[in-house]
Design a protein around this ligand. Structure first.
Ligand SMILES: [Zn+2]
Length: 461
């Protein structure tokens, strides 16, 4: 009698476990994937002997040393599918960006009250970068001005964002110069390619700053055409890699300007749907959450113009208040949600996100550094993943956080979420399903995944 009750208990428990596994729906491993998984677990074990969980929570301390681990090197080689969330001005690390600037004899720099400002040409009180760097201690001043240091990532959310946006202000003038911009992007693309990404969908702001080619002003249309040419040339040389562009307004823009930008993006998307993928509004949500009227106007515009321009909104990246914009972006039929940390509080929206397969673009290190989720073990995205919501892994502005590409983000979730190889495969597949070119991206990724699994299964650890 007793044993029957126990058997029954076990059966009921097994049913509950299976019901959860069905929701998670991890792919069934092949024989080779099983072997690769064993090696992957050994790599994780080896990593945990070198770095504890506490070490991982102290991001700034180990950001460089983790690169020497085998786990990092294997994750770097892993085909990752599509990168959904990367602001184009945040690709390069300060070191790489500075190496470009110091080789350009026209680039000048000025230090004002510990703030660095660059200029693509000579300006009063500015000196050539090379000359500035002749004083050895100035190099670390420049590099620190171009990244979110540990000191800049503490304080109130507002202080952190002021520090964060100051970095963009320091470099905005050189970003507005075509030759520097082209060099920046070319180097950025080759670094992203080395991360074994099959597709990158960049975000770039329009209507802010001016782009020049020497003394000639460049229109937004020319700027987009120029960007497309650089990425197309790169993809032609690397047919297993493709790019697209999401154009963004800023949450601090007045309503009319944002609507106007949305209108322009709708037109650009109609002309070049393969490159201009859609629209977004960026910026600190706690401070500038655009009012409902802006979203309602975009909704109206979408219906009036009958333009089916996709949306990829940042939303739910908050600390101090709730994120009611999540309702707006769902009503606007957003295809993905940037960050979505606060979605956890909105059960009806969670259901919609799940049913419509809206992908949450999770940026683990960005969320940690900017103080949204200091301990990744309690990141809501882990709950989303286990509840069958599509998530992808992105790096937001990795250069500003001191690393290249997106491997650090994968490493951090791999260890702090304790996920296995098949769960990693599932997230990479999610990124492909959630990108704007899934068929081609999946075809390229699939082949690379098989190569990677063969390599990992044979790896001598
Ligand atoms: Zn972002």
């Amino acid at each position: 009698m007793e044993s029957n009750t126990y058997e029954n208990y076990q059966k009921l428990k097994q049913m509950l476990i299976e019901a959860d596994q069905q929701v998670l729906n991890t792919p069934q491993p092949s024989t080779l994937e099983l072997k690769a998984s064993q090696n992957f677990n050994l790599l994780k074990l080896d990593f945990s002997l070198q770095f504890t969980t506490d070490d991982m929570l102290d991001y700034w301390n180990i950001i460089d040393s983790v690169k020497n681990t085998k786990l990092f090197q294997v994750l770097k080689l892993m085909p990752k599918g599509a990168l959904h969330h990367l602001h184009i001005g945040g690709i390069l690390t300060p070191e790489d960006f500075l190496s470009l600037l110091k080789n350009d004899s026209d680039v000048h720099v000025n230090l004002v009250e510990n703030r660095i400002y660059f200029s693509p040409i000579f300006k009063e009180n500015f000196i050539p970068v090379k000359e500035f760097l002749a004083c050895e201690s100035n190099e670390s001043i420049i590099l620190d001005a171009m990244r979110m240091t540990r000191e800049k990532s503490v304080g109130t959310p507002d202080q952190r964002w002021l520090n964060f946006e100051q970095i963009f202000i320091s470099t905005s003038a050189v970003f507005g110069e075509k030759r520097i911009w082209e060099n920046y992007l070319s180097l950025g693309l080759s670094q992203l390619y080395e991360e074994n990404l099959q597709r990158v969908e960049f975000r770039s702001m329009i209507g802010i700053g001016e782009m020049t080619d020497g003394d000639k002003f460049i229109t937004i249309e020319e700027e987009i055409a120029n960007l497309q040419k650089i990425t197309d040339d790169f993809s032609r040389e690397h047919p297993d890699f493709s790019c697209g562009l999401i154009l963004t307004a800023h949450k601090l823009f007045p309503k009319e300007k944002t609507i106007n930008e949305a209108k322009k993006v709708f037109e650009f998307h109609t002309e070049k749907p393969e490159f201009v993928l859609g629209f977004d509004i960026v910026g600190e949500e706690d401070k500038y959450n655009p009012d409902e009227e802006i979203y309602a106007s975009i909704y109206q515009l979408k219906h009036e113009t009958n333009r089916d321009c996709p949306m990829f909104f940042h939303s739910g990246e908050v600390i101090s208040k709730n994120a009611p914009s999540l309702y707006d972006v769902i009503l606007l039929d957003t295809q993905r949600i940037g960050h979505g940390i606060d979605l956890i509080k909105y059960p009806s929206l969670i259901e919609i996100v799940k049913n419509k397969k809206i992908t949450i673009e999770v940026c683990p290190i960005s969320n940690m550094v900017l103080g949204y989720v200091r301990d990744l073990r309690s990141h809501p995205a882990l709950a989303y993943f286990y509840n069958g919501i599509q998530i992808s892994i992105s790096s937001d502005v990795p250069g500003l956080f001191g690393y290249k590409g997106v491997t650090h983000d994968w490493l951090w979730i791999c260890m702090l979420w304790n996920i296995d190889l098949m769960q990693i495969k599932k997230i990479a597949e999610n990124s492909i399903d959630g990108c704007t070119e899934p068929v081609r991206t999946r075809r390229v990724w699939q082949e690379k995944w098989e190569e990677f699994i063969t390599y990992l299964a044979d790896l001598d650890i």
